[in-house]
Each structure stands twice: as structure tokens, then as C-alpha cells.
Design a protein around this ligand. Structure first.
Ligand SMILES: Nc1ncnc2c1ncn2[C@@H]1O[C@H](COP(=O)(O)OP(=O)(O)OP(=O)(O)O)[C@@H](O)[C@H]1O
Length: 599
């Protein structure tokens, strides 16, 4: 290549196909960074073009296989233009689509005349052209596959989109052929079938490329080889994942089928979410166990191979052994397993004709054993499911019975509660609507030497008071109360007689408790108590309020109580509000202090 070539825009001025030539040219000429960048872009564009061509060939090959008519109009390795021209009348696409999905395009125009350059009769041919193409695109869209625009078929349109659509259709078709089980997907690794290895064009230029660096070349080739290999591995991985998914689905569904078939005879045997969940979790467990056992078998096999019968093996021997093993395995796998869907990928069905060997027989034995184990596990699973079912039914029966009892109990409970309430208030009424109690205050500290005038306190409310200043029958007087409390009676004992009235308050009865007596006789002590910080010494007021709130809390679900409190003093026939805080002791209206549940 001449030194004075203008490199300002080598990509556009010379669409060179020879990468090495261009690379060498650039390096010989002390290329600037800019030139290097252009080179990289060119290389990328070249790679992409090759990939696109490979995919196009793949699409064309499939169309030719699917539609006999396509072999005449569509070349095996078409250029972009040839590809577009062959497909633009939509006939091949419609025919293929109808094979993939019968009846997808109801009306196919058989002889559409596409006037590529013509102007005459253009209207008629345009209608036919649009009819096939439109029908195809609508049907593909309905199937929710990748699609393209009609304009992509025109010059300047994106044939990549058309290729994508065809490969997607191919993937869908292969998936369908494989039984339509498992997840179908488009977009798996696309294999680059034609890779820039030592092609004839490259070889041809080598002689002219004297300055080409051999080590760089081998690195470059190694890189390509590596990419090629990684691509192969991706495809294998994708295939394996699909095969595994397919195997799992098949395993699970077969088990389910068998289960349903077996349970056909049993009357009212339910098919519900629980049964499916239980069965699937069992399938997952069994499948995992199978994989683990398969893994350990493979591990044993590889270790055995590695040791070898005659000492250690070389790497290549080891690889050879792996290939042989895979070949044997592939022959054991049923045909439809290898039909896993990798849309756009290359399907390689390994079909080595292998004569039966002892290893073969071992494999078959092992598979049969696994089959037996599976059958056994299936029976176990079936039994477990049935048992769970019975347990549940029993549990449900018990629950139903329990709920019915509860219903009955709750309806009679309300009735009893109401009766109880009425009776309770009747008892309170019978005890007397006005009850008078007498409490005898003990001597205060310092009064201990004093002589008590209380002579006798009876059980039934009698109290005898002695008057030392009088003689005869006037010396003693007997008084009768509902009850008399002696000087040693505690605050709690005093309250016990008052407590039932609090419940009546909550049932809507009016209750009034008040203390009466001369100064220092113990009214405040009885009603409030001497020390508010100790519950034990609380008087009637505090105890009554505590009970009021506790009782109202127990009924909070159906009644909401609001409690109001007033504190008044009647002294010298004057009524004073004790809750006013400004010290005015105003008479009316009184402050009404409302307590809420936080009290
Ligand atoms: N049951 C009792 N046990 C021990 N001490 C009591 C008892 N009753 C009253 N006291 C004491 O007697 C004194 C006077 O009682 P309290 O203040 O309750 O009388 P009061 O009737 O409220 O008087 P006033 O009418 O002047 O307010 C207080 O020191 C009180 O602690």
C-alpha cells in the first residue's frame, strides 16, 4: 500500500475489508490518536456488519427451510438488498407465519406483482404488496412477537428489525415444536456464525503486508478465538438453562398428571391451591435431591477419569474423556430435550451413533432405579397429601363445631347478662334505697386516756351509747343503723358496702353517698382518706372513682361513659363549690370537672 495514501478519512474513502492491512498501514504511518480511533470504529462497524450478515443468513436459511417458494427467490446468503427485495411482497413471510401459526394470515395474495422500479400499475401492485405485508405485521403483533415497520422493507429501512422479527418467529416456532412448555424467550445469546478468522481476503493481503507484527496477530487471533469460545459457552449455558427448566416443568407436570389420574377414582378429591403447593414443594425437593445425586455422580466420574487407569492424564486426554462422556449423554437424552428454544441461536443436536456399551447399560440401570425411586416418592407424596387433606378436614369440622357452640353461647350470654343486671339492681333496691351507716372514730393520739361513751356495738346495726352524767335508763341509749363500724374498721371494709352501688350507677341508677357528723368526727377521713399517695388509706370517693373507671373500661366495646365530678360543701346552710381554684368559693354555677379514662 503506498505511503502517500490520504488517511484523513480512510473509512469512507476506502471501504477496506482488510483489517490487518489497515491496521498495519496505520501503525507504519505513526498514526495519530484520531486515526487509531477511526480504526477502532471501523473494526467495530466491520464486526457489527458481520454479525448482522450472520443473523441475516440464519433468518434466510430458516425461511428457505420453512417455505419451498423461498428457495427460488431468497438466496442462501443474501445481501441486505436481496433479502429486502425477496421479502417485501410479504408472500414468503405470510406463508411461513401460517406454518408457524396456522390461520394467522387468513388471506394471502399468491402472486403479488411488486414493481420495484415500475411506475405503471403501481397502484395495483402497491395494494397487493401492502395487503400481504400489513396482514403479516398485524398477525405478528397479535402474537406479541417482535415486529417491524412496513417502511423497513423500503430502501434505507432497517433490515436488522426484519431479521429480528424473523428470528423471533423462529424461536417461537421451535419452542412450540418442543411442546410449548417452559418459558419462551427471545433474545438469548446470538451466535456469530461467521467470525473474522483467517479468511481468504486476509490471507490474500498478507503478502503485501510485510510489516505486520506476527505476535500482535496471534494475540488478535487468540482474542477472537476467546470471544468465539465465550459465545459458544453462552449458547451452551442458555441451552442448559432451558433444558433444565424444561426438565423441571416436565417432571412437575408429569407428577401432577399422575396424581390427578390416580385421584380420579376418589370422590370429591379436591384440586386446590393447597394441593398444588404441597405437590410442587415436594417436586422441588425431589428435583433438588436428583440434581445433588447427579452432581456427586458426575464428581465421582470426573475424579475417576482424572486418576486414570494408567496413572495421571494429560489435559487433552481429560478433555477427550469429557467430550466422549457428553456424546454418550446426548445420545441418551430424548430428542425433544434438545429442542429447547434459543431464538436466533444455532441448534446443534448431538447425534452420535454410539453402539451399546457396558457404560450404557449402567446408565439405563441407574435411570430405571431413579424411576423406581420417583414412583415410590410419588406414592409417598400422594399419601402425605391425602393425610394432610384428612387432617385439614378434621380440623375444619372441629372448628365448625366450635364456632356453632360459640354462637349459641354468645346469644344466651347476652340474655343472661341482661337478667343478671335486672336482678342485681333489684337486690340493691331491696337492701333499701336509703342506707345509714355509723362509723365510730378511734381516739386521736393524746386522747388515749379518755373514757369511751360507746358501750356496745351489735352485729345488726345496734350501738349503745353511755351517758355518764345520767342515771337509770337514761344512762344508756340504743341506736339502730343499717350497719355500725367500730373504731378498728379499715377504709377497705367501709367501702365494701358501698361498692355494689357503683355498678348500679353504670346501669343508670342515681346514687348519692355523703358523710354527716360534727367537726372532727372523721367525715374527711372516711370520704377522702388521710394519705392520697397510699391506695390502702384511700377513702370512699377515690375507691368509687377507681371502680367506676375500671368497670367502664370493661364495657368500652359497646358503651362509652363520661364521668363528671363536683365537690361541694354545705356549711352553715351555705353550699360552696370546692373545685374553684381562685379562692372565691362561688356558690353557683359550680365547676363541673369531667374525668376521662386517663384518670
Ligand atoms: N377512723 C379513723 N381512724 C383514725 N383517725 C381518724 C379516723 N377518723 C378521723 N380520724 C382523724 O380525726 C381527725 C379529724 O377527722 P376529719 O378531719 O376527717 O374530721 P371531719 O369530720 O372532716 O372534720 P371537719 O368537719 O372539721 O372537717 C383527723 O386527724 C383524722 O385523721
Amino acid at each position: 500500500m503506498p505511503q502517500e495514501t490520504n488517511y484523513s478519512n480512510p473509512v469512507f474513502t476506502s471501504p477496506c475489508k482488510n483489517i490487518r492491512g489497515l491496521k498495519s498501514l496505520v501503525s507504519n504511518n505513526e498514526a495519530s490518536l484520531y486515526t487509531e480511533e477511526i480504526f477502532n470504529d471501523f473494526e467495530l462497524a466491520h464486526r457489527k456488519a458481520e454479525e448482522a450478515a450472520a443473523r441475516r443468513y440464519q433468518a434466510a436459511e430458516w425461511l428457505r427451510r420453512m417455505d419451498y417458494g423461498a428457495t427460488e427467490t431468497l438466496p442462501k446468503e443474501p445481501s441486505e438488498e436481496e433479502f429486502r427485495l425477496a421479502l417485501r411482497n410479504g408472500l414468503i413471510l405470510c406463508n411461513v407465519l401460517n406454518k408457524v401459526n396456522p390461520g394467522a394470515v387468513l388471506k394471502v395474495v399468491e402472486n403479488p406483482i411488486i414493481a420495484v422500479q415500475a411506475t405503471e400499475g403501481a397502484a395495483q401492485s402497491a395494494i397487493q404488496y401492502f395487503e400481504n405485508m400489513r396482514n403479516f405485521l398485524v398477525a405478528v403483533k397479535d402474537m406479541q412477537l417482535l415486529t417491524f415497520e412496513a417502511s423497513d422493507m423500503e430502501k434505507g429501512g432497517s433490515s436488522n428489525k426484519v431479521v429480528d422479527c424473523i428470528l423471533c418467529l423462529k424461536g417461537y416456532y421451535e419452542w412450540k415444536q418442543a411442546g410449548g412448555i417452559g418459558v419462551w424467550r427471545y433474545g438469548g445469546t446470538v451466535k456469530i456464525t461467521s467470525f473474522p478468522t483467517r479468511s481468504s481476503s486476509l490471507v490474500g493481503s498478507e503478502s503485501a503486508d510485510d510489516s505486520f507484527d506476527e505476535s500482535e496477530s496471534s494475540q488478535y487471533e487468540q482474542l477472537l478465538e476467546f470471544l468465539h469460545l465465550s459465545n459458544e459457552i453462552s449458547i451452551e449455558e442458555s441451552k442448559t438453562a432451558n433444558a433444565l427448566a424444561f426438565l423441571f416443568d416436565r417432571f412437575g407436570l408429569r407428577l401432577l398428571q399422575a396424581y390427578l389420574r390416580e385421584s380420579n377414582g376418589i370422590e370429591e378429591f379436591p384440586l386446590n391451591a393447597m394441593v398444588i403447593d404441597t405437590l410442587l414443594s415436594k417436586v422441588v425437593k425431589d428435583f433438588s435431591a436428583m440434581l445433588v445425586s447427579q452432581g456427586s455422580q458426575l464428581g465421582l466420574f470426573l475424579k475417576k477419569v482424572l486418576k486414570g487407569e494408567v496413572g495421571s492424564l494429560s489435559k487433552s486426554d481429560f478433555m477427550e474423556a469429557i467430550s466422549q462422556y457428553l456424546g454418550r449423554k446426548a445420545s441418551l437424552v430424548p430428542g425433544d430435550f434438545s429442542k429447547d428454544c434459543i431464538c436466533g441461536g444455532k441448534r446443534e443436536i448431538l447425534q452420535h451413533a454410539i453402539s451399546p456399551s457396558p457404560d450404557h447399560a449402567d446408565q439405563i440401570d441407574r435411570l430405571q432405579k431413579q424411576l423406581q425411586e420417583l414412583k415410590l416418592r410419588y406414592q409417598e407424596t400422594k399419601g402425605e397429601v391425602r393425610q394432610i387433606q384428612l387432617n385439614w378436614e378434621e380440623e375444619l369440622g372441629r372448628l365448625e363445631h366450635y364456632i356453632k357452640n360459640l354462637e349459641v353461647a354468645s346469644s344466651s350470654y347476652q340474655k343472661v347478662l341482661e337478667e343478671n343486671r335486672v336482678l342485681y339492681n333489684q337486690v340493691q333496691d331491696l337492701k333499701g334505697t336509703i342506707r345509714v351507716y355509723c362509723r365510730v372514730r378511734p381516739f386521736l393520739p393524746g386522747q388515749s386516756n379518755g373514757q369511751s361513751t360507746i358501750d356496745y356495738i351489735g352485729e345488726n346495726g345496734n350501738i349503745m351509747v353511755a351517758n355518764p352524767f345520767k342515771q337509770g335508763k337514761d344512762a344508756r341509749k340504743m341506736f339502730l343503723f343499717n350497719k355500725v363500724f367500730g373504731p378498728k374498721v379499715s377504709q377497705e371494709q367501709i367501702y365494701i358496702d358501698t361498692q355494689p352501688l357503683i355498678r348500679s350507677v353504670l346501669d343508670g341508677f342515681n346514687v348519692c353517698i355523703f358523710a354527716y357528723g360534727q367537726t372532727g368526727s372523721g367525715k374527711t377521713y372516711t370520704m377522702s382518706g388521710p394519705d392520697l399517695t397510699t391506695e390502702e388509706t384511700w377513702g370512699v370517693n377515690y375507691r368509687a372513682l377507681r371502680d367506676l373507671f375500671q368497670l367502664s373500661k370493661t364495657k368500652v366495646d359497646f358503651i362509652r361513659y363520661e364521668v363528671g365530678v363536683q365537690m361541694i360543701e354545705i356549711y352553715n346552710e351555705q353550699v360552696r363549690d370546692l373545685l374553684v381554684s381562685d379562692g372565691s368559693n362561688r356558690r353557683y354555677p359550680f365547676s363541673n370537672f369531667t374525668f376521662h379514662e386517663h384518670l
